[in-house]
Design a protein around this ligand. Structure first.
Ligand code: NFS
Length: 670
C-alpha cells in the first residue's frame, strides 16, 4: 500500500555555520540538534516564503480574496493589466500593504511610548512609589518643547516654577499627544526648520499619534484610497508620527524617568550568563519592567536569598531592545539578538526568562518546556497560549512587589536545573550609552558646546559621513553576517556608524563597539578622530525607539553649521540589512521622509514596479530622501557611500577629502 511505502522523513536541520556567523550561536544550534529541540533556524528550512507576499502584491483586505498579483517572470511589457477582483492594481495593493506595515510599526513604538507616558504621569502625580523622576534637566527640556511654562512671574520677577507642577503638566501634555483633538504633534518642531517647512508644504505633519495610524487602517480598507501616491502621503504622516512623535516621546520620557544614558562598559553574547548564578533574562522592549527587575535583583535581600539557595549571585542579561535599554542605563550585559532568544534557553542555564512586548517568538514557550526555565509574561496585551507560561501582570502601582515575585521565582528555580547546562564561552567587551548629549560632549567643542568638532571633521574629510545602521535579525539571512559586513565596510571607508536595536547587539558581539576597533577596522581619518576623542567607530545609541536619538543627532549636525540647512543636505545614509519587523518599515520611512537615503536588504514592493520606483526614485525629488534595496552587503555599503559622496560634492567639500586620504601604512610610515 502506498501509505506503507511512505518513509518518515527526518526533520531538516539547519547547518549551524550557515545559520550564523557567531560561534556562540553556532554552538547552541548544534546543541539544539543534540537535544532534539527545534528552533527558528530549522523552521526556516521547511517553511518557505510566499513569493507573492515577498513582492508585496497579495491583497487580503476583503474576503473576496486573497487576490494575488505576482509579477510575470518576463516582467511587464506595455500596460500592466493585473488587477484584483475589485480592480485594485498592483500599485494600490503594494502601497496599501506597505503603509499597513508602517501602521503596525508606528503603533508598536507609539503604544510603548503611551505606556511610558502613563507611568510618567503616575510618577509626576506621586501615585506610585516605584517610579520617580530621575533626570530633571531632561524634564525641563521636554517641558519647553511641549510648551509647558518652566518659570512664573512674581511681582514682575521671573522665578523658577515648582518642579512638581512642571512634571504633572508636562506628563499631561505628553499623554495628550496621542489623542488631542486639534493642532499637530509638538515634537515634530524639533526637526530642522527647513524640514518642518517642507512637511508643512507636503501636508504630512501628524495631527496626533493615534489618528494617523487609525487613518491608515481606514484608507486601506476595501474601496477607500486607491491612489498609491495618496496612500504614501498618509504612510509618511504616520511614520513621522512615530519617529518624531511616539518614539521620540518614548525616549525622552524614559530618560526623564530612568536617566539619560552616558557611555559605560559592559559585555555581550550568550557567554555573559554564569553557570553558578541565578540567570534571569529579560526580553522585550519596555524599560518600565526591566528597571524594576534591576532594582530588585541588585538588592542585598535578593542576593542573600540567592546565596541561601545555593547560587553565587544573580546574573541579569537582556535580549532584544530591553537588553539595549538595560545596557545603556545600567551596564547590564547583552545576552543576544532577536535570533538568539531560543538559544539562550537551550543553554539550560536560564532560571527565568521574563518578557513584556514585541519580538518575542511564541516558540520560546516550547523550548522552555524542555528545560526547567520559567517563562513569565508580564504585559496585559502580550500573553501566550502554552500552558507552561506563567503570567504575572506588571502594574506601576505594585511594580516592586511584582518584580520581587518574579526574581524570587527565578531564585527558587535555580535548584531545579538539569544536568544539561551548557553556556557557550563567548562574549565580547563593549562601550555603549551614546546619545545626543554624550555625542555633543565627546565630539563637540566644550568651548562651543555644539557638534562643531564633528562637523569640522566631516568638512575636513577625516570623517566621510554618518551612517545609521539599525534593525533586526532575519532567519532568511545568515545571522549577523550583513550587519557586520556592512558596518565594517562603512567604517573602513571613514563613515562613522550610529547603531541601535539588534544591529547594535550584533556589533557588540563582534567587538566593534570598543574604541580599539577604530585602529583595526576604521579608515585612517575616522581612526584618527576616534583615537583622539576615545570613542568607538560605531556608536551604540540604544533601542529601536531610540532611533529618535539619531534623528536629533542629525538635527544637531545641521544646527552646528557648515553642512547645509536640512538633514537631506548632510552626507548621511541609513540601513537595516537584516530587517524583519513592521517597526523597521516605519523607521525606514521616517528616515526617508526626514531626507535620508535608506537602504534595506529587500523591500516588499518589487511586485509593483511603478510604486517601487515611486518610493525608491521619485521620493528623492519630494523629500530629499528615498528608499533603496540591495542584498549584497558590500554593494549595499557602497551605495550608501556613493550617496554620502554625492552629498559631499553638493556641499562642495569633496575636494577636502582627497587631501587627507592616507592609508594606515602611510600613517605608520610617518
Ligand atoms: Ni527593533 Fe527591538 Fe530587534 Fe528588530 Fe525586534 S528587538 S524594536 S524590531 S528584532 S531590531
Amino acid at each position: 500500500m502506498a501509505e506503507e511505502k511512505k518513509k518518515v522523513k527526518a526533520p531538516k536541520l539547519a547547518d549551524p555555520v550557515a545559520s550564523s556567523i557567531d560561534v556562540a550561536s553556532q554552538e547552541m544550534i548544534a546543541r539544539s540538534h543534540e537535544l532534539g529541540i527545534e528552533t527558528i533556524f530549522d523552521r526556516a528550512l521547511t517553511m518557505k516564503q510566499c513569493a507573492i507576499g515577498v513582492q508585496g502584491t497579495c491583497c487580503k483586505n476583503c474576503s473576496m480574496g486573497p487576490c494575488r498579483l505576482p509579477l510575470p517572470k518576463a516582467g511587464i511589457e506595455g500596460e500592466d493589466t493585473r488587477k484584483g477582483l475589485c480592480g485594485a492594481t498592483a500599485n494600490t495593493i503594494a502601497a496599501r500593504n506597505f503603509i499597513r506595515m508602517i501602521a503596525g510599526g508606528a503603533a508598536a513604538h507609539s503604544d510603548h511610548g503611551r505606556c511610558v507616558a502613563e507611568i510618567f504621569l503616575s510618577a509626576a502625580r506621586k501615585e506610585t512609589e516605584a517610579y520617580k523622576i530621575k533626570d530633571f534637566d531632561k524634564l525641563i527640556e521636554v517641558a519647553k518643547y511641549l510648551g509647558v511654562a518652566t518659570t512664573v512671574e512674581v511681582d514682575g520677577e521671573e522665578l523658577d516654577r515648582d518642579i512638581d507642577e512642571i512634571a504633572v503638566e508636562t506628563a499631561e501634555v505628553a499623554l495628550g499627544e496621542w489623542g488631542k483633538a486639534e493642532g499637530e504633534v509638538l515634537s515634530v518642531k524639533k526637526a530642522p526648520k527647513a524640514r518642518y517647512e517642507l512637511w508643512k508644504k507636503m501636508g504630512v505633519i501628524p495631527r496626533n499619534i493615534d489618528r494617523e495610524i487609525v487613518e491608515i487602517m481606514h484608507r486601506t480598507h476595501m474601496g477607500v484610497d486607491q491612489d498609491y501616491k495618496n496612500l504614501m502621503k498618509q504612510g509618511t504622516r504616520a511614520a513621522l508620527a512615530d519617529g518624531w512623535g511616539g518614539s521620540m516621546l518614548a525616549t525622552d520620557m524614559q530618560d526623564i524617568l530612568f536617566g539619560t544614558p552616558y557611555p559605560l562598559q559592559s559585555e555581550a553574547n550568550l557567554g555573559v550568563m554564569k553557570a553558578d548564578h541565578v540567570n534571569i533574562v529579560i526580553h522585550g522592549h519596555e524599560p518600565v519592567l526591566s528597571e524594576m527587575i534591576i532594582a530588585v535583583a541588585q538588592s542585598q535581600e535578593m542576593i542573600d536569598y540567592a546565596k541561601k539557595k545555593g547560587a553565587a549571585g544573580i546574573q541579569l542579561s537582556g535580549i532584544c531592545c530591553t537588553a539595549n535599554e538595560m545596557l545603556q542605563r545600567h551596564g547590564v550585559p547583552l545576552c543576544g539578538t532577536f535570533l538568539q532568544q531560543e538559544l539562550a534557553i537551550i543553554t539550560g542555564a536560564v532560571d527565568a526568562m521574563v518578557v513584556d512586548i514585541q519580538c518575542i517568538m511564541q516558540n520560546i514557550a516550547n523550548v522552555a518546556k524542555c528545560f526547567h526555565t520559567h517563562l513569565i509574561t508580564t504585559h496585559p496585551i502580550a500573553k501566550m497560549e502554552q500552558e507552561n507560561v506563567i503570567h504575572i501582570e506588571f502594574d506601576e502601582h505594585h511594580a516592586i512587589e511584582d518584580a520581587k515575585r518574579i526574581v524570587k521565582m527565578a531564585i527558587d528555580n535555580f535548584q531545579n536545573r538539569g544536568a544539561e547546562v551548557m553556556i557557550p564561552q563567548h562574549k565580547a567587551p563593549l562601550v555603549a550609552g551614546f546619545g545626543v548629549e554624550s555625542t555633543e560632549y565627546h565630539l563637540g567643542g566644550s568651548f562651543r558646546g555644539t557638534y562643531y568638532t564633528l562637523n569640522d571633521n566631516i568638512i575636513n574629510g577625516r570623517i566621510r559621513g554618518i551612517a545609521g545602521v539599525v534593525g533586526c535579525n532575519n532567519a532568511r539571512t545568515r545571522h549577523n553576517q550583513d550587519h557586520i559586513a556592512i558596518c565594517k565596510e562603512l567604517i573602513k571607508n571613514d563613515v562613522i556608524v550610529l547603531t541601535t536595536g539588534c544591529t547594535a547587539i550584533a556589533c557588540a558581539m563582534e567587538g566593534l563597539l570598543m574604541p580599539e576597533a577604530a585602529a583595526t577596522h576604521a579608515g585612517a581619518g575616522l581612526a584618527e578622530v576616534c583615537e583622539t576623542v576615545g570613542i568607538p567607530p560605531i556608536l551604540h545609541l540604544g533601542s529601536c525607539v531610540d532611533n529618535s536619538r539619531i534623528l536629533l543627532a542629525a538635527t544637531e549636525v545641521v544646527k552646528a553649521g557648515g553642512l547645509g540647512n536640512d538633514i537631506s543636505d548632510l552626507p548621511v545614509a541609513g540601513s537595516a540589512p537584516e530587517w524583519m519587523s513592521e517597526k523597521a518599515i516605519s523607521i525606514g520611512h521616517y528616515f526617508v521622509a526626514s531626507g535620508v537615503y535608506t537602504i534595506f536588504s529587500n523591500l516588499p514592493t518589487t511586485g509593483a514596479p511603478v510604486f517601487n520606483d515611486y518610493i525608491c526614485k521619485e521620493f528623492e525629488e519630494l523629500y530629499g530622501g528615498m528608499w533603496g534595496a540591495e542584498q549584497d552587503p558590500i554593494k549595499h555599503a557602497h551605495l550608501m557611500i556613493a550617496h554620502i559622496d554625492k552629498k559631499r560634492k553638493a556641499l562642495g567639500i569633496d575636494k577636502a577629502r582627497d587631501r587627507v586620504m592616507m592609508d594606515f601604512a602611510s600613517r605608520q610610515a610617518l
